[in-house]
Design a protein around this ligand. Sequence first.
Ligand code: G3P
Ligand code: MG
Length: 250
Amino acid sequence: MIAMWPYPRLIAHRGGGALAPENTLAALRTGLSAGYRAVEFDVMLAADQVPVLMHDENFGRTIAGAGQVAATPSAALVGMDAGSWFGPAFSGERIALYRDALAYCRSQGIWMNVEIKPASGWEQQTGQVTARLTADLLGDGAAGAVLFSSFSMAALRAAQQAAPGIPRGLLVQDLPPDWREQLASVRALSLHIDHARLTRDMAQLVRSAGYAVFCYTVNSVPRARELSGWGVDAICTDRIDLLRPDFFEA
Ligand code: G3P
Ligand code: MG
């Protein structure tokens, strides 16, 4: 059984790749203006369990100062600058609520790989709340518009329970020895793996077991061509300037 991948094959990483501050609405706009109609972004819970777009648990890199996302209410997070670290053109760009990103992507016809990125200790809640909100806001359209992925099996399990109809992918760095059991236990559609750890044989093995293979984060054209030649179903990239959205069709 060979995997089926009915979604876009080239995806802008963290919204706008290297061209905009990650995981912001500005990043989503940047991806779209580069012609991308597929994005990956990271979702984490605020202290009041409201999902926001965020990669790091702690402030300090994209958000100035000290503090933790999971200890800060969403009302405070949405006032925080998530753009200045990237450059003055984006200063004042705020932390985005997940529901606003969902609404924007739906309104623009952008497909989403929503990476459930729980702060430590919040795996189950993050999967559950993110999945519920997605199902509530998108209704019947959710399954065609969103694919959840996570490094956390607990988060994926919770997402599966809360919204079984929205597809799931397991994120890994390396192929774990029990990859078949893990993928089967959450009825995953896809395996998302660091492209640097993937071999042609691995790609064939996983695909022949019936799972799609998604590679992150592929930032060169020759490497993207090689992975495509291996049968890799989809890749995400920071280099939305180098890899054109029609790469797989061209
Ligand atoms: O989902 C692919 C990729 O985003 C996983 O790594 O750290 O960039 O979220 P990271
Ligand atoms: Mg991610």
